[in-house]
Design a protein around this ligand. Structure first.
Ligand code: ZN
Length: 259
């Protein structure tokens, strides 16, 4: 059966008989692996669509056991991200993140569209803000991947934010300052003490407001972060928390490499 889909290349490797296996995040079919005898170096236009950091349209033959690439055409290439080290590191971490968290043949069109937005933003942003952009992308992906941290009440006892001094909009922060990676959200002092005595707790007390920061990342459009640069200390500390969180709930230990 012939199918067509837009997609982003995640990685490729050589297989037998001079063929390559290309792993593509497609809009319609999710992550798929497709064989091809094309190589990047061949002179056809389709060969360009095998490169990383390329958004292309693929025509695929779906066999009983595998996909193979029938033809491909580039819709947009992001080669410029390869010309700057910061951009390249961040875009590579992004691609690895997608590769780890996506299940084969499980369509995630919302995450696909967010991924294209991310590549557009990385190409436009100033080099100094690209790490913040990646954090925004990862935080936005949590709800799509079903691992959204609890930030509206204590993750353990369910006590509402307002009872810690927040108003209904979540303003006047300052009373609920702890984030428990092990429990998956913000946590009150009492529950944190109980959790710590159980042994295996991973709890952070950041110097910035973790609820405001997570909410900021979740609600603003991704393009906002082309111009937002967190203080280095905040970015490092926030990065460490979401690196641990991502590693624990998504099995993707890729953000710690950027710290
Ligand atoms: Zn509690």
């Amino acid at each position: 059966m012939l199918i067509t889909s837009e997609g982003l290349v995640l990685r490729q490797r050589k297989i037998a008989n001079n063929r390559r296996m290309i792993v593509i995040f497609t809009r319609q079919y999710g992550k798929i692996s497709a064989g091809t005898s094309l190589t990047e170096k061949s002179r056809s236009r389709a060969a360009l669509a095998l490169r990383p950091f390329t958004f292309s349209e693929y025509e695929l033959f779906k066999g009983r056991e595998a996909y193979s690439i029938n033809s491909a055409s580039v819709k947009k290439s992001y080669f410029s991200v390869g010309e700057d080290l910061d951009r390249f590191m961040v875009a590579s971490a992004f691609i690895n993140f997608l590769d780890r968290v996506l299940q084969e043949e499980e369509p995630m069109p919302g995450l696909f569209d967010l991924s294209l937005e991310f590549m557009d933003s990385v190409a436009r942003a100033s080099a100094g803000t690209v790490r913040t952009l990646l954090y925004a992308f990862v935080v936005k992906s949590f709800s799509m991947l079903g691992v959204m941290p609890e930030i509206t009440c204590c993750v353990n006892c369910g006590r509402e934010l307002e009872s810690f001094g927040h108003d209904a909009q979540g303003n006047a922060p300052g009373k609920l300052k702890l984030f428990s990676v092990s429990s998956g959200g913000v946590i009150c002092e009492d529950c944190a003490n109980r959790e710590k005595s159980d042994g295996d707790a991973l709890i952070y007390r950041p110097t910035f407001d973790i609820i405001d920061t997570l909410r900021f990342f979740m609600t603003r459009p991704l393009s906002t972060f082309e111009k937002v640069n967190l203080k280095k200390e905040t970015a490092d500390s926030f990065g460490q928390i979401i690196a641990e969180y991502t590693s624990r709930y998504l099995g993707a230990d890729i953000l710690s490499e950027l710290l």
